[in-house]
Every structure is written in structure tokens, then in C-alpha cells.
Design a protein around this ligand. Structure first.
Ligand SMILES: CC(C)(COP(=O)(O)OP(=O)(O)OC[C@H]1O[C@@H](n2cnc3c(N)ncnc32)[C@H](O)[C@@H]1OP(=O)(O)O)[C@@H](O)C(=O)NCCC(=O)NCCS
Length: 195
């Protein structure tokens, strides 16, 4: 995937491609510089070994890695994670909630993509890199992993990321109280890929 994007006064040329195993340390470095949610080497390796097509890096024409996105595939019968219903809609009656709960217990498990982490180095933001990483993630999840939906967690205060996700059709479907280690709540956002 080739993308050339006008950003500020100078043009940023970059590509989005699969990460190579030796690039895990670069991805770890970007993650530590940009997000408080950090992971150990083995977790990156696990994602790369199992869902390598969806472990992506953005590389400039000068060969610098400036962003990444990494995902996994899970199986669930949770209709919220599958994008079949939202908990943020108008309150339903107790009876329809009970019916929903029974229905989801009886439903079969389906594959769902989980965007674990995405980040772009601060000096390269607002130039389309995050969009290119997210677009490729959605494409790979659909074409390679055949998932029904993609979901992610995002801090309720992270307006830039929420706007990016909404631009790509993700919807807020659940609030996860105290999800983050510092106590902040997360929105679960979902994009359904099949009818
Ligand atoms: C979220 C992030 C990946 C976006 O990357 P990016 O390369 O700047 O994204 P893009 O340039 O493709 O922006 C796409 C859209 O997202 C929204 N957006 C991005 N940054 C924004 C900001 N600071 N304020 C408001 N909207 C913003 C806009 O709608 C933007 O489109 P526009 O530039 O046409 O208005 C980046 O800000 C980042 O790395 N943040 C820190 C890590 C993080 O929070 N990751 C998400 C964890 S859930």
C-alpha cells in the first residue's frame, strides 16, 4: 500500500506493510513513547507469530518506522463485541434484556478482530499515517481473517483516536468502567464488517 500525503509544508511519503520480527523492538519503542499501555516482548512476538498479516508498520521513504498497528483474532458470542447491539442505546426493559442475554448464550461463537494497539510518533501525526494503518487493518481483518467485526478499547478522554475510529465507521457500544490501570474508563468501539 502506497500513500503520499501532504502534511504541513512538507510532503510525507510512507508505506504501510507487514512488520518483520526484527522490527519488534522498534515497535516497542514507539509504543513506550506514545502510550501508557506497554507490553512485554513475548506479547508482541505472540501477535506477530499468530496474526502477522495484521501486525503493521508505517515506514517513510527514508526507511524510518514511524507508526504501527497490531491486532489479534478472538472468538466470541458477545453481541456487543460482534457489533450486533450497543449498550449505549436507550435503556431497554428488563424483559428484553433477559431475552437478549439468553439469545447471546445460545448464539454460536464468531471470529472478531481486536485492534490491540495503534500509534504514530508525535512528529508524524495528522498526515494520514494513522488512517492508513487503520484502513489496512480493516482490509486484512476482512480479507485474510474473515472476521465478523473489529473492536477496540479507547480511553474516554482520547478525542483524537475516537475521531479517527469514528471516521472509519467504528461506534461506541460499551463503557468499561475503570478499564485502565490509572482508573480511567474505556469505550469499546466496534465496526461490523458483515451484514
Ligand atoms: C490516534 C493516532 C494514531 C492518530 O494518528 P494520525 O496519524 O495523527 O491520524 P491521521 O492523520 O490519519 O488522522 C485521521 C483523523 O483522525 C482525527 N484526528 C487525528 N488526530 C486528531 C487530533 N489531534 N484532534 C482531533 N482529531 C484528530 C481527525 O479526524 C483526522 O482527520 P483529519 O486530519 O482529516 O481531520 C495518533 O494521534 C496517536 O498515535 N496517538 C497516540 C496513541 C494513541 O492514542 N493510540 C490510540 C490508542 S486507543
Amino acid at each position: 500500500m502506497k500513500a503520499g500525503v501532504e502534511g504541513g509544508s512538507k510532503e510525507l511519503r510512507f508505506t504501510v506493510r507487514k512488520a518483520r520480527p526484527e522490527e519488534i523492538y522498534i515497535v516497542m519503542d514507539i509504543n513506550q513513547r506514545t502510550l501508557p499501555e506497554n507490553y512485554w516482548y513475548g506479547f508482541y512476538k505472540f501477535l506477530l507469530d499468530n496474526w502477522g498479516e495484521a501486525f503493521l508498520v508505517a515506514e517513510t521513504s527514508e526507511g524510518d518506522i514511524i507508526g504501527y498497528a497490531m491486532s489479534r483474532v478472538e472468538r466470541t458470542r458477545d453481541p456487543v463485541l460482534l457489533g450486533l447491539k450497543s449498550e449505549l442505546e436507550n435503556d431497554k426493559s428488563v424483559l428484553s434484556k433477559v431475552i437478549d442475554a439468553i439469545r447471546s448464550q445460545l448464539a454460536e461463537e464468531r471470529p472478531v478482530g481486536h485492534l490491540v494497539s495503534i500509534a504514530v510518533l508525535p512528529e508524524y501525526r495528522r498526515k494520514g499515517v494513522g488512517s492508513a494503518l487503520l484502513a489496512k487493518t480493516i482490509e486484512v481483518m476482512d480479507r485474510v481473517y474473515n472476521v465478523d467485526a473489529i473492536y477496540l478499547e479507547v480511553r474516554v478522554s482520547n478525542a483524537p483516536a475516537i475521531r479517527l475510529y469514528e471516521k472509519f465507521g467504528f461506534k461506541k457500544v460499551r463503557v468499561w468502567r475503570g478499564y485502565y490501570r490509572d482508573g480511567e474508563d474505556a469505550y469499546i468501539m466496534v465496526k461490523r464488517l458483515v451484514d
